[in-house]
Design a protein around this ligand. Sequence first.
Ligand code: GDP
Length: 418
Amino acid sequence: MAEKPHMNLVFIGHVDHGKSTSVGRMLADTGNVDAYLIEKYRKMAEETGKATFEFAWVMDSLKEERDRGVTIDVAHKKFNTDKYYFTVIDAPGHRDFVKNMITGTSQADAAVLVVSAVEGPQAQTREHLFLAFTLGVRQLIIGLNKMDAVKWSEEKYNEAKGEVEKLLKLTGYKDVPVIPYSAYTGDNATKRSENMPWYKGPTILEALNNLKEPAKATELPLRLPVQDVYTITGIGTVPVGRVECGVLKPDTKVIFEPSHVVGEVKSIEMHHEQLPQAIPGDNVGFNVRGIAKNDVRRGDVAGPVDNPPTVAKSFKAQVMVLNHPSVITVGYTPVFHCHTMQIACTFVELLAKLDPATGSVKEENPQFLKTGDAAIVRIQPSRPMVIEKAKEFPQLGRFAIRDMGQTVAAGVCLDVEK
Ligand code: GDP
């Protein structure tokens, strides 16, 4: 039997709209009850004293599972449907979500935006929607949660749906289902609700199955950011990293930028096994002839000699300020995290302040930026770095900006000055 494709899924949305409960519901209803409990306890620990959730139905289904002798994957928040294996990426807090999206090991292929039907879209609904789109999450499902709390009202659904659709128009998402459900009771989560006969669209589970299989970025030129470099006796220099796009093949030459050295790939290994080639998503070590250990370092990116990774003198970027204690002005020099690189970069120009939702210019050449602002800026790295236009190489065009131990902003590269 052919393996099901894998998808990384993230649940986003305003605090208390039911992300955690929804993840739990999907895990539990697809046979991962222990994983569900772990999620619930994590959440409870996080907000001690605030847990109000009803556990009885979980305990019942847990016992049922055990009686049936079903093995349960407790370590990971994974579930599978008829069509896909899903891994739920943790997004416990807003800032963590942003940081994981950019620097984490897992890029979300799709997002479920959870919106409470009681409150309708709120500030973080808007912000997450905008960020998900900016950061390259290509597919979206909108769940209007807590329908039980509005007595399964079609009118309430239409009202909230109208509001989210207004927001959707401001992004580039197309064909997004807006699904009325209740994470609490399970209506329209994995089973069709009898309480909402007026709704004819898909359940959350059906919408997940309807997602398009994520395209592997094999057609793009090779980009492999180096995480580490080893010298292995009898083999030689072995850089290690994950293929972000393109294909890495033995007996081909690669160039490492910005170190600007060329070597020939001799062999590729993953999990102690030789690979005939490495494709996007593969974490590999590869032996390169013609380079010494000190010729390359973390933050270098390997690419084809005839289409080398772009080394930026400066770059134009769209940033969103998430959490800055004061204001960002020209001259501000925090640390940028971009692929495997951490590097001090300076804001050299504030070109325009944008409306965070529409992306249209609100103010030219602003004096400063503060939390909540979206802007076009010019950035200058303190030494040469590889960054690509996000439109061409999504994985290499995103960055998080960290300062004082926090993610203060996130952004994407629009243009590079070489
Ligand atoms: P998160 O902050 O978005 O992860 O939200 P939670 O999953 O922690 O849910 C916030 C609160 O809303 C909790 O008290 C949940 O029990 C409650 N809640 C979540 N989903 C539903 C639902 O479908 N119906 C009702 N009535 N309450 C819900």
